[in-house]
Design a protein around this ligand. Structure first.
Ligand SMILES: *Cc1c(COP(=O)(O)O)cnc(C)c1O
Length: 404
């Protein structure tokens, strides 16, 4: 396993580029991809990086060169992937709730498309009939994932066409003689229990016989990574074994199992990312000792939005006595990163690093409080490279039209 970037390297990067700063360790991303490839080496599995986790074009290019494909959540992600050099055949657009003209645009770009509503399926059928293969995103009506906010396959979730509406799906497919190339499910994020995937597969295999043109089954992403001490990652070797066995049990029309697709986001980039901050202010109170860093949920929203845990280390004082602190940000809104967290003694000016910051970190950042978005740095072959400049004040005014 690749060692995380050392405290010394992180401090040097904080000093060189300033804070707050996102740092991505490229080789860790490749390692994660290779771990998936190795685990699934006995099955016909293909991986599409769910790029909404982190779309910096250098990261996309790196992942393309590592051999993975890409899964997109918007037409702009599709365009970023094309810009990064992915050929359309390696780009999957799993849309949800989008206007049909965006699907037409994706079709025009020649990428692979999954459709998640009866309404868009009908429009697609009417326009393209059998001429353009398409996938169907289904909602399997199962509950999975770390918490309800990141669970997407249950019976109150907006995602996918409910599998109980299969009759209506089939009516459309027959009416327009549609070329249905894949069935897709993505049930949630941080799914530790591999049997959830098997449950999903069982549901899909009850209906695959209706679709004579199927080439693959897309099981989405959602693999859990280790973020809290004691966490257990999704056991990808066990997953590969069980998924492989389930597919082998269901040979398709030519006697061969269908190809298996996955869309890992967090698994690919979470651990590769480090978010570096500097301590502005220490405040001791009767209720808590506060550490205020030069950031807030405008830069890393996951703790406030998902109750996500990010491990924090005081890299400036790793040998200091351990005390409990509330780590907070500097914006005018409650933006607690961690409550009552044991850290090596913190002093003003210390650098704190947040781990697991590669996925949904920078990508969900904003300019709230008219703060500037952080810079991004990639460490590759032992060299650091700036891959996004820190915002400057002018960026706040860039799209504003001063009419009065
Ligand atoms: C977000 C998303 C993923 C990736 O989820 P992770 O939990 O980051 O692995 C995969 N597929 C689809 C359709 C998604 O929306």
């Amino acid at each position: 396993m690749i060692e995380p970037l050392s405290h010394e390297v992180l401090i040097q990067l904080a000093e060189q580029y300033g804070t707050p700063l996102y740092v991505y360790h490229a080789e860790k991303i490749k390692e994660q991809y290779n771990r998936l490839k190795t685990a699934f080496s006995k099955t016909d599995a293909v991986f599409f990086y769910a790029c909404k986790a982190l779309t910096n074009v250098n990261i996309l290019r790196y992942i393309k060169n590592a051999g993975a494909n890409v899964d997109c959540s918007s037409i702009n992600e599709v365009k970023l992937a094309l810009h990064a050099g992915f050929p359309p055949s390696r780009i999957l657009y799993t849309s949800n709730g989008i206007a049909f003209d965006e699907i037409e645009e994706a079709q025009g770009l020649g990428v692979i498309i999954n459709i998640d509503s009866l309404s868009n399926l009908e429009k697609f059928g009417k326009k393209f009939g059998h001429a353009y293969p398409v996938g169907i995103r289904l909602r399997p009506n199962i509950l999975a994932g770390g918490n309800i906010k990141i669970s997407t396959g249950h019976d109150k979730s907006k995602f996918g066409i409910p599998v109980d509406q299969i009759t209506r799906i089939l009516e459309l497919v027959r009416k327009y003689d549609m070329f249905i190339r894949d069935l897709h499910i993505h049930t949630g994020s941080e799914i530790q229990d591999v049997d959830v995937f098997i449950q999903g597969i069982d549901i899909l295999f009850r209906i695959t016989h209706h679709f004579p043109d199927l080439e693959f089954i897309d099981l989405g992403g959602g693999f859990k990574v280790v973020s809290k001490p004691g966490d257990k990652e999704t056991d990808i070797a066990l997953l590969a074994e069980k998924v492989g066995a389930a597919f082998a049990k269901h040979p398709y029309k030519n006697g061969k199992p269908l190809q298996i697709w996955f869309e890992p986001g967090k698994f690919m980039v979470s651990e590769a990312g480090f978010f570096l901050t500097r301590v502005n202010v220490m405040k001791e109170t009767t209720g808590a000792d506060f550490v205020s860093v030069d950031s807030g949920f405008n830069h890393l929203i996951r703790p406030m939005f998902y109750d996500a845990y990010h491990h924090i280390e005081n890299i400036s004082n790793p040998g200091g006595p351990v005390k409990n602190y509330s780590v907070v940000g500097n914006i005018c809104e409650t933006d607690t990163f961690a409550w009552d967290r044991p850290l090596n003694e913190v002093r003003e000016g210390d650098y704190l690093v947040f781990r697991n910051a590669g996925a949904y970190g920078f990508e969900m950042s904003s300019n709230f409080n008219s703060r500037l978005k952080p810079a991004e740095v990639m460490v590759i072959d032992g060299q650091s490279k700036l891959i996004r400049k820190r915002d400057v004040f002018q960026d706040l005014l860039r799209n504003q039209l001063e009419v009065i």
